[in-house]
Design a protein around this ligand. Structure first.
Ligand SMILES: Cc1cc2nc3c(=O)[nH]c(=O)nc-3n(C[C@H](O)[C@H](O)[C@H](O)COP(=O)(O)OP(=O)(O)OC[C@H]3O[C@@H](n4cnc5c(N)ncnc54)[C@H](O)[C@@H]3O)c2cc1C
Length: 412
């Protein structure tokens, strides 16, 4: 049976109570949350790729964030810390590698001090362990961090996790519970007689959860939703520390972010494999899957994205122009190196070696207000629920976010 399911064959008689479009972390955890509430429900996950986690969920930093970046009124804050704890429990239960290595944030400019205070206030409001530390403690935790940081924060609960292990284990657990997977099949929109249209024919289903990541807005629009938004994808590329330099980073060294932007800034992360990644950038991308310089970009889509970027640039809301200038320059290794050096002054340019690790953030722009959306957006009706703007930390928070998604559907 499993072979049949994985080849995507479907019997004409099949009817599913719920279809989840997208086998990223949001889709898989949503499937699990549906099963928790409705254990006997017939459930299908439909994914356009040959396997789960081929996009953002398999290409991120693998950091389980503690949640201090987000104000308590945001969905991100409501799910990040609790979701991170649940993912850690899931990892422990299934023997998935997790390293609670902690994180330091170092401010390198006095202008960042108000943000440091704001992050600490977020932590207090959210019951998150985060403390201000002096430079001696900073260097004891991360000897390569800037010795003259203006301020620093330590978050002991930040962890890194084996993201591929999480995806594979979740998919296996869902299969064992009877969830049907259809790969290499794209959900296209509403089909005839209440069915769901896909590239290989309609699926009879009661309710659709759209968890399509960078394509979620496209599918949502096919159902009449997401009209207020358009996608501007941002590419995150990573460098790696050469093996001889990797020992200089013990856990995670992060900058103090620009909180007007949904990006955390170039950081150093010791991944679960022991490799130390430096990145990601937040470079405007030319397509939803434009992982290379031009690879993955399609001319029409690229043209539409360029128009949206030009509008953001001209409107300059939240200093977008500055972001565009700063980030585009990071394509050049010398500039990227200078940025990374702010967090690790002893970093030599030859310490950075290229990687092919790159991810795309499915960032939505609010068309009427001309600004980047900072939080998750859920829209839907009696037949579908659309998960929009599932940007970082949607991996960390996914187990709790999925419960929020299922509750928002109102159907179970
Ligand atoms: C560079 C980078 C670093 C990040 N670092 C972190 C981090 O350290 N910690 C953290 O918590 N978060 C991080 N994030 C964010 C995190 O990776 C994402 O928020 C999360 O993976 C989103 O999951 P998703 O399931 O919504 O999207 P995805 O993983 O992209 O899954 C969507 C799936 O839908 C499929 N799909 C699309 N359209 C269709 C269709 N029409 N029919 C069927 N299937 C379809 C796609 O093929 C894909 O498999 C990072 C993101 C990036 C880009």
């Amino acid at each position: 049976m499993r072979k049949n399911v994985e080849s995507g064959k479907q019997s004409a008689m099949d009817h599913f109570d719920f279809v989840i479009a997208g086998a990223g972390i949001v889709g898989l955890t949503t499937a699990l949350a549906v099963l928790r509430r409705a254990p006997t429900a017939r459930l299908a996950v439909v994914e356009k790729e040959p396997a789960p986690g081929r996009h953002a969920s398999g290409r991120n930093s693998g950091v389980l964030h503690c949640g201090l970046y987000y104000g308590s009124d945001t969905k991100k804050a409501q799910v990040c810390a609790v979701g991170g704890r649940r993912m850690a429990e899931f990892a422990a239960e299934h023997g998935i590698r997790l390293d609670r290595c902690g994180k330091v944030l170092a401010a390198t400019d006095p202008a960042q001090l108000p943000v440091v205070e704001r992050l600490l206030a977020n932590a207090r409001a959210g019951g998150i362990r985060a403390e201000r530390i002096d430079n001696r403690t900073l260097l004891a935790l991360e000897p390569a961090a800037p010795p003259e940081a203006v301020a620093a924060i330590h978050c002991p609960d930040t962890a890194v996790i084996d993201i591929q292990g999480v995806m594979a284990t979740l998919a296996g657990r869902l299969r064992d519970a009877g969830v049907r997977f259809f790969f290499q099949r794209r959900v296209a929109g509403p089909g005839p007689d209440g069915a769901i249209a896909t590239t290989t024919g309609p699926i009879a289903a009661g309710f659709l959860f759209n968890c399509c990541g960078a394509y979620a807005d496209v599918l949502a629009k096919a159902y009449g939703f997401a009209r207020a938004y358009a996608l501007v994808p941002f590419k995150g590329i990573y460098w790696k520390l050469a093996p001889a330099s990797a020992a200089r980073v013990r856990g995670n060294i992060y900058p103090v972010p620009d909180i007007a932007m949904p990006f955390l800034g170039v950081h150093f992360t010791r991944g679960i494999s022991g490799d130390v990644y430096v990145g990601p950038t937040a470079i405007p991308a030319l397509g939803r899957e434009n992982y290379g310089l031009l690879a993955g970009a399609r001319p029409l889509e690229a043209a539409a994205i360029l128009v949206r970027l030009a509008r953001l640039y001209l409107a300059d809301v939240d200093h977008f122009r500055n972001l565009a200038h700063t980030e585009l320059r990071k394509y050049a290794k010398a500039h990227f190196h200078r940025c990374a050096q702010r967090l690790m002054p002893s970093l030599g340019i030859d310490d950075l070696v290229p990687t092919n690790k790159a991810g795309i953030r499915p960032q939505l722009v609010n068309l009427a207000e001309g600004r980047l959306e900072m939080d998750y957006i859920l829209e839907g009706d009696a037949r579908s629920l659309h998960v929009l703007n599932a940007i970082s930390p949607a991996f960390t928070g996914s187990f709790a976010f999925a419960e929020m998604i299922v509750a928002a559907s109102g159907v179970i």
